[in-house]
Design a protein around this ligand. Sequence first.
Ligand SMILES: Nc1ncnc2c1ncn2[C@@H]1O[C@H](COP(=O)(O)OP(=O)(O)OP(=O)(O)O)[C@@H](O)[C@H]1O
Ligand SMILES: [Mg+2]
Length: 501
Amino acid sequence: MLDFEIDRNKFDTLIEINTLINSAYTDIRDLLTKIIDFATRLTAGEASSLLLVNPENNKLYFEIALGSKGADVKRFSLKKGEGIAGWVYENNRSLIVNDVSTDNRFYADISKKIDFATTSILAVPMQVKEKCIGVIEIINKKNGQKFDEEDLQWLEIFATQAGIAIQNARSFQQAQEEIYLLQEQVQAEKGYHTFVGESKVIKDKLSIAFKAAGADSSVLLLGESGVGKELFAEQIHLGSRRNGGPFIRVNCAALPENLLESELFGHLKGAFTGAIQNRMGRFELADGGTIFLDEIGDLPLNLQAKLLRVIQYKTFEKVGGSEPITVDVRIIAATNKDIENEVRSKRFRADLYYRLNVLPIYIPPLRERREDIPLLADFFLKKLNREIKKQILGFTNEAMELLLSYTWPGNVRELENAIERAVVLSQDQYIHHHDLVLTRTGEKENDYQGKSLKNAVNVFKKQYIIMTLEANQWNQTRTASTLGIQRTYLSRLVKELEISK
Ligand SMILES: Nc1ncnc2c1ncn2[C@@H]1O[C@H](COP(=O)(O)OP(=O)(O)OP(=O)(O)O)[C@@H](O)[C@H]1O
Ligand SMILES: [Mg+2]
């Protein structure tokens, strides 16, 4: 009767696990934790862990560890053949050791370091197509009992289930990545970038842009250099009903006035020396789609007047022509200049500014949306791995902390460059903080130019203190200790140098 009760319990658990594996689980670690937890209880273990093989270096890493010292054990890894788990991996066979003190395969190091007394271990391989992809271990049978064959057989069944779950999750992830890469490729062939950003502020800004997309109104993108204004413009176009039409880019700062005019509006044969045939302008090319006018703050006044007419009447004339041409184009403009200041100093027409400013979108600098840094860093790492055929797995914690605390004056562009340099230089599986060369040169030189020594030193002091405050989440006590000064002295400096968050 009792035996039947226990088995009934085990079967129920197995059915439960099977149901979970067949459900649309999204979190594989959560599922594995449940499986290990069931297995530990059914075999009456005190603690347990699930280790996965990293195929790059054939080491076993603790993916899940339950029990009183679970969190501590996670920083360890085992080589093939090292310890009981390493033996199971190497031999692809299960093992019961009821007294570790008499078994020389036992690797006492970890137990000692985490101060956990291990007496018995039950360990089985997790297999996928007969290959060992990891190991499940149950530690210390409760009440001084011994693990037996029945425990082992049950654990093998659980291990098979866990193996299937992992395999499913991996193929799903791989399929997702392939779909993603394919989409990216299609977009890239059309000249679009992949937009990365999950921070609330970025999502909010995108949703404002999408809402306005139907209205076809002009958009003015504002923000520091390198924040992603051009990518944002692409997203607005792709999210609008014009997404089947062309997306035409023009950099208004790149050409002298007369060439820019012909670039934008086209010209007729003979309109000026060198105009040997009729030419279509960018506005005509953008018909039915979107035109992106980058660096709009640099548009010469004469062309500002012409642009205003396009916005008001949707018409313009080619250079050397008199016939009005009508186009259906949505305008997205961008600038990193203080455009209101340009208007005040009469370098930018106020009427054009108001027309463009119907929907201004300010894209905040990277340092104000740090949640995006890990995503972007990961994205650039993967992209560069592909481009220069490296297989760097990720960033060390220190490297990521550095990326998160830096101020990124050059924003996403600077982040991309920093990661490119690190990927090229790195000799390791991971990018370390010393691979990241982060400087604020250029900006610094300008800040110091023409200043007395005393003032230049103050500029430096202010920048350095702000940087350290940011690195310490504006905690003054910690900042003072990093700087090696008294807290009271720091708060005096903060006041004197007019530092504020
Ligand atoms: N959200 C993002 N996702 C992925 N890459 C990004 C993102 N934002 C920026 N980048 C990268 O940074 C580079 C700079 O972005 P972009 O050219 O859009 O900046 P910008 O705001 O137009 O800067 P500037 O004013 O200097 O022209 C891009 O080429 C792209 O590689
Ligand atoms: Mg740009």
